[in-house]
Design a protein around this ligand. Structure first.
Ligand code: HMG
Ligand code: MG
Length: 295
């Protein structure tokens, strides 16, 4: 059985890095990721560069993406201005994003949830009219750094709104890595009442070491698309204390061991992880990467 892995390292992974990574290094990293067999890569983010300085070079990165058959690139866009910037450099897919909790939404994109819907609706409508694909993200589904518990009703409502706008898939985010498998079962069992499993993805951060256990729980609920970041790099700058995404190497190791196919070559993937470590000048959290490098 096939599982899709969405590599978000070049965006979610890098957006929290204080030291500026050279544009050339970001492009080399993406080349290595697609050589390893990744077919979905979130390459960067067209947000206000004052908010996310590390990704101010989104246009340069996106113009240099290696075009290979079957490989799809995407980038975050918060509004029409972001969409316009993404389109100008030839992207054919974008991702809109918002939170299930008010305070995180406000801190992250400077709007209430109610104010965000019309912005994402017009952005999605325009992108679809241009023939682009649009993905959606819901953050803080499993907990908010400012409000704590987040109601399932709010997550369901935001997810449904995004689907109604026309996104082809909604990525369900554990922004601060607080989820445990029981909650993952509860959340996905509720969401699949409104949205089919094919249109949902799991986006787990590994702050508390529960990321892969959460993937296993989501697989049991029928979810077959997961976001991850090379080496386990990353975090949301507007979610204090948030650690990286689950690592792509660890996710692929787990999936292959469980009998799922991903089309990804784990040896080449760890080479991409090793390259990322070199670029950053420090070890990354991925356990599979560290085990490969120790051999
Ligand atoms: P704002 O200040 O309310 O925007 O920010 P505004 O519309 O009032 O415009 C203010 C200025 O921003 C103007 O410039 C605009 O042109 C500019 P000025 O006239 O002052 O020179 N601007 C832009 N510039 C470039 N590109 C744009 C753009 N839009 C406006 N697209 C805004 C609102 C959404 C722009 C801001 O809050 C922002 O950029 N936020 C991004 C925060 C972010 O990137 N967070 C991390 C990503 S989300 C995440 O990590 C979670 C996720 O991984 C899932 C999970 O883990 O849960 C996806
Ligand atoms: Mg994230």
């Amino acid at each position: 059985m096939q599982v899709q892995v969405v590599e978000v390292g070049p965006r979610d992974g890098l957006q929290n890095e204080k030291e500026m990574i050279p544009t050339e290094g970001k492009i080399r990293l993406i080349e290595r990721l697609v050589e390893a067999g990744l077919q979905r890569v979130e390459a960067s983010s067209f947000v206000n560069p004052r908010w996310i300085p590390q990704l101010a070079d989104a246009a340069e990165v996106c113009r240099a993406l290696p075009q290979l058959p079957g490989v799809r690139y995407s980038a975050l866009v918060p509004n029409l201005k972001g969409l316009e910037r993404a389109r100008e450099c030839g992207l054919t897919e974008v991702a809109v994003f918002m939170s299930a909790s008010e305070t995180h939404n406000l801190k992250n994109i400077n709007k209430t949830i109610a104010e965000t819907f019309p912005v994402l609706r017009e952005t999605t409508r325009e992108a679809l009219a241009l023939g682009m694909r649009v993905r959606g993200y819901v953050s803080t589904v499993f907990g908010c750094p400012y409000e704590g518990e987040v109601s399932l009703d709010s997550s369901r409502r935001v997810t449904e709104e995004l689907v109604a706008m026309g996104v082809y898939e909604v990525s369900i985010g554990d922004t601060i890595g607080v989820a445990t498998p029981r909650q993952v079962h509860e959340v996905f069992a509720a969401l699949v009442k409104d949205v089919t499993t094919e249109r949902l993805a799991g986006h787990f951060h590994d702050t508390r070491g529960t990321g892969l256990a959460n993937v296993a729980a989501a697989l049991e609920e029928g979810i077959r698309t997961f976001d991850s970041s090379i080496g386990g790099l990353g975090g949301c700058p507007y979610a204090p204390g948030a650690a990286g995404n689950i690592s792509t190497e660890d996710l692929v190791y787990l999936l292959h061991g469980m009998g799922y196919q991903t089309g990804i070559d784990l040896v080449k993937l760890t080479e991409a992880g090793a390259y990322m470590q070199e670029l950053l000048g420090r070890p990354l959290p991925s356990k599979v990467l560290q085990a490969a490098l120790a051999q």
